[in-house]
Design a protein around this ligand. Structure first.
Ligand code: APR
Length: 233
């Protein structure tokens, strides 16, 4: 008997309790960095060194972070559901928690790719972060962060929409729902599919969507949701 399909859309909030800064909360990343200089296609063209430094600093912060109980609770749900995580996050905490199916919409922090050949991708390890700001690949190519910059298309959005349209349960965790196309995913849910939204400061969602809001941090919200979905905590 196939397990029901649980699709989860996560944002920076799920990694907040791992010590990773969100973008738009107080003291968030975009409060401290000019987003269009460090996270846009124009910014990279204008000053690639600044962009490499910005992402290298985030990689070093990520090396000190660990998956939190919310990441682990999503892995636990794989006993009861076929779980597919669609994340806007570029950290690898879902993978490090042991999640089987993770789809990154905005790229992956620990990867770099050739500027001239987008299919040439390298995964960085700790010593690469200490030495060079990851500007050259092992093959000599000029490299860029394997990140979807603002002003660039989101290649995995079609796959994400397909997953959401198959969901028996859809969960949104820790996102301000202001960046599209990710923010629009909840509109692709089948009418009979329940939607849960875990966030201590949830964005306004049209009441007509009948979303079950769990106003809590990700770890606490996942305890509540796991009890609701499986009867166990
Ligand atoms: N648990 C759950 N949610 C939390 C927590 C927490 N401990 N702390 C903060 N949040 C919530 C905030 O209330 C907010 O709704 O996480 C959300 C963070 O919102 P943003 O900082 O806007 O992050 P996100 O929605 O993931 O941003 C989307 O914007 O800049 C781009 O590419 C970047 O992927 C990012 C996208």
């Amino acid at each position: 008997m196939d397990k029901p399909i649980l699709v989860v859309s996560t944002g920076a909030g799920i990694s907040a309790e791992s010590g990773i800064k969100t973008f738009r909360d107080a003291d968030g990343l975009w409060e401290n960095y000019p987003v269009m200089q460090v996270a846009s296609a124009d910014g990279f063209r204008r000053d690639p060194e600044l962009v490499h430094e910005f992402y290298n600093a985030r990689r070093k912060a990520l090396l000190d972070a660990k998956p939190n109980d919310a990441h682990k609770a999503l892995v636990e749900l794989e006993k009861y559901y076929d779980v597919y995580v669609i994340t806007q996050n570029v950290d690898d905490l879902h993978e490090r928690a042991g999640q089987k199916n993770v789809l990154h919409l905005h790229g992956e922090l620990m990867k770099i790719r050739s500027v001239t050949n987008p299919d040439y991708v390298e995964t960085l390890d700790i010593d690469r972060l200490e030495t060079t700001p990851a500007t050259r690949g092992r093959n000599g190519d000029l490299m860029r962060p394997h990140i979807v910059f603002f002003q660039e298309p989101v290649p995995n959005i079609e796959k994400a929409v397909e997953l959401v349209s198959q969901a028996d349960v859809f969960v949104v965790i820790g996102t301000s729902l202001v960046v599209y196309p990710a923010a629009g995913l909840l509109h692709y849910v089948r009418p009979d599919t329940p939607i849960y939204y875990i966030d201590p400061n949830p964005a306004d969602i049209p009441a007509a969507l009948g979303v079950h809001i769990i106003k809590a941090k990700a770890t606490e919200g996942m305890r509540i949701l796991s009890r609701e979905l499986t009867g166990s905590v």
